[in-house]
Design a protein around this ligand. Structure first.
Ligand SMILES: [Zn+2]
Length: 298
């Protein structure tokens, strides 16, 4: 599960954006020519502009190298592999410590679930305008006022949904090719997440609209034509597994109500390939169950 406040943008992403915008200006100059056909005064202005850009670029690179990551209001860059990969998240900055110290972390392997008389999840999603954003870690769909769910623990408003490949959660050891995490928050700020698993099969009508709307640029939301009713992503059977867990990305905060729907929905091989071209692997490894129990609806 991925949960990112709108203002949170890690330094590396910011750096990439700066570089991208600088290259845009350079490219603009190249296309419009700093050539000999232009008057000398214009050539000098253009040269000064390029020198200024070069200086900004150098300053920007120095800032990133010196680890501005810990500047207030910015989160540390993290990844799914390498030196900032999942095994290191807990050490990247103090408020990520739960990633290594937490005892109720997600994702988990769902096995040995105890059957229980659990109430059905009350899904109250509505048609709303939506936008799609490439967060740098996943594809996310924001649906403001997109409805709510009701659980035994209360009512939670829908916030956003996003995808992981392969599925972070496993059922008896089996991973699915993709999962959607539907993130909700209650009035007290507590989170509830619904996981919808995808298996390979027919093309998924929602993904058919969402994936092509995905902007290549990071943190540049793009409207989803036609908006979205999140219910269109749900399987017909809403039986589920229930347990408590955490965000599956830094800061790995706990006390999240997880509901994993048992019945997968389908996506085509081409749709999976389209997502993997952007994010070949964005799943946190399995975490220990520790003292938790997993319940399953009958
Ligand atoms: Zn997630």
């Amino acid at each position: 599960m991925f949960f990112k406040p709108v203002k949170s943008i890690c330094k590396l992403q910011l750096f990439r954006l700066r570089i991208a915008s600088l290259f845009f200006f350079l490219h603009y100059d190249a296309r419009h020519g700093i050539g000999a056909h232009r008057p000398a005064s214009q050539r000098i202005t253009a040269m000064m502009k390029q020198m200024l850009i070069a200086a900004m670029l150098a300053a920007s690179a120095a800032g990133a190298a010196q680890g501005e990551e810990h500047a207030p209001g910015h989160s540390t860059h993290w990844t799914y592999s390498g030196k900032t990969g999942a095994p290191h998240w807990g050490d990247l900055q103090p408020d990520y410590a739960t990633c290594k110290l937490g005892r109720e972390q997600s994702p988990i392997n769902i096995r040995g679930a105890v059957k229980a008389d659990l109430p059905p999840i009350g899904f109250q999603y509505v048609d709303r305008p939506a936008d799609v954003v490439n967060t740098g870690h996943t594809v996310q769909v924001n649906v403001p006022d997109g409805g709510a769910i009701s659980l035994a623990t209360g009512q939670y408003a829908f916030v956003q949904l996003h995808f992981h490949t392969p599925s972070e959660e496993r059922i008896n050891g089996k991973a699915y090719p993709l999962v959607a995490h539907l993130v909700h928050r209650n009035a007290a700020g507590k989170l509830a997440a619904i996981a919808v698993l995808f298996k390979e099969g027919k093309a998924n009508p929602v993904l058919k609209r969402v994936f092509p709307a995905m902007p290549a640029g990071v943190n540049a939301p793009k409207p989803l034509p036609g908006g979205l009713n999140v219910a269109d992503l749900l399987p017909a059977d809403r039986g589920y597994y229930a347990f408590v867990g955490s965000l599956t990305t830094p800061p790995c905060s706990e006390d999240v109500q997880w509901r994993v729907l048992k019945q997968p929905v389908e996506l085509s091989r081409a749709q999976l390939a389209a997502f993997k071209r952007l994010y070949p692997m964005n799943a946190r490894p399995l975490q220990p169950l520790n003292a938790r129990t997993i319940q399953a609806s009958r």
